[in-house]
Design a protein around this ligand. Structure first.
Ligand SMILES: Cc1ncc(COP(=O)(O)O)c(C=O)c1O
Length: 338
């Protein structure tokens, strides 16, 4: 157990508490409520055009700099919203989850806000910098399994075995609603977008983008991007059934080894397109963000731009979600070579 003092610094919004076990609906009004909660804790992220990037891409490119959030990724939006909507049992018992790193930091952040405890199971492929960040946030880290799927099974067994802590699913609707607040900021600020590119791991961020787009900007295309070295969700999206696939990608945020029944119907209904890019494409996009957008992005954070660069027809005005900046030592080293 970490030695960091647990002090509640955030009080659950009793009006939004779901002790009844009621599952929140994924509606615009629920996303707007989440937006109000998230805005109490997190500043809106900058939406910036970078002239050299525009020129390199051949389009008006608005970069949504989600990597500037605390914990270095958009996932903290889900954690902040979760913290405000924990049930009494979750708050009393503590949280267990699994992640390669950014959801891990988000849940650790949430636990700290709510004054409770988090245990995070991370697979062996998770970068050291992300493990260290989770520990620094006061959570306990258990390293287990070669893949996220193996880590998830272990996390569930810890939650069941202890009888006490609550398992937090990566795609918990409270988390999806929190993630959607990034898209809410985007569509409120940027009018007349032709397309938005969103990275896909489990699909929560992409689901949020589709839901907000449907309500606020129905003419805008939402395009998902996944690594061809971890194509489980892409395959599931194409076939309509949850599929598994090896996840050998270097981009830890995209290293999901199976589709998710919870996000799949929304992705099928909402994504206009879903593209695969190689890990080398991710490195090249990360290199462009470093050179032309003053941004160090991890592979998953550069995936949106990689997807845009792979498009044969460039949209005229397009947003890319730069979702994370927790680059591993290897990713930083490869920036020089990109
Ligand atoms: C930086 C980053 N971008 C994108 C993703 C994919 O997000 P999602 O799992 O919501 O599809 C992740 C997942 O951890 C991530 O860490």
């Amino acid at each position: 157990m970490s030695m960091i003092m647990r002090q509640k610094i955030y009080w659950t919004d009793m009006s939004s508490r779901s002790d009844s076990g009621e599952v929140p609906q994924l509606t615009l009004s629920a996303i707007e409520s989440a937006g109000a909660i998230v805005a109490r804790e997190l500043a809106a992220t900058p939406l910036v055009r970078h002239p050299l990037l525009d020129r390199a891409v051949g389009a008006e490119v608005l970069v949504k700099h989600e990597h500037l959030l605390p914990t270095g990724s958009f996932k903290v939006r889900g954690g902040v919203h979760l913290a405000a909507r924990l049930t009494a049992a979750e708050e009393a018992r503590g949280l267990v989850t699994c992640s390669t790193g950014n959801h891990a930091q988000s849940v650790a952040f949430a636990a700290r806000l709510a004054g409770t405890h988090a245990t995070i199971v991370m697979p062996r492929c998770s970068p050291q910098v992300k493990r260290d960040a989770v520990v620094a946030l006061g959570a306990d880290v258990v390293i287990h399994g070669a893949t996220l799927g193996e880590a998830a099974a272990h996390a569930r067994s810890i939650a069941v075995g202890r009888g006490a802590p609550s398992y937090v699913d990566t795609t918990d609707p409270r988390i999806i609603l929190g993630h959607a607040t990034g898209a809410l900021e985007l569509f409120r600020e940027a009018a007349a977008l032709d397309a938005v590119y969103v990275p896909v791991g489990s699909g929560t961020g992409a689901v949020g983008a589709c839901l907000v787009r449907d309500a606020l900007a129905p003419g805008c295309r939402v395009v998902g991007v996944q690594s061809s070295a971890a194509p489980a969700v892409w395959r599931s999206w194409r076939s309509g059934v949850v599929e598994s696939a090896p996840a050998t990608t270097r981009a830890s945020g995209l290293a999901t080894s199976n589709g998710y029944a919870s996000t799949l119907p929304h992705l099928r209904a909402g994504l206009d397109d879903f593209v695969l890019v190689s890990d080398d494409d991710l490195d090249r996009a990360a290199g462009l963000l470093a050179s032309y957008a003053q941004t160090v992005a991890e592979g998953a954070g550069a995936a949106s731009l990689a997807g845009l660069l792979a498009a044969a027809d460039r949209p005229r005005r397009v947003a890319v979600m730069c979702t994370g900046g927790n680059a591993s030592a290897d990713e930083i080293a490869r920036l020089g070579a990109a």
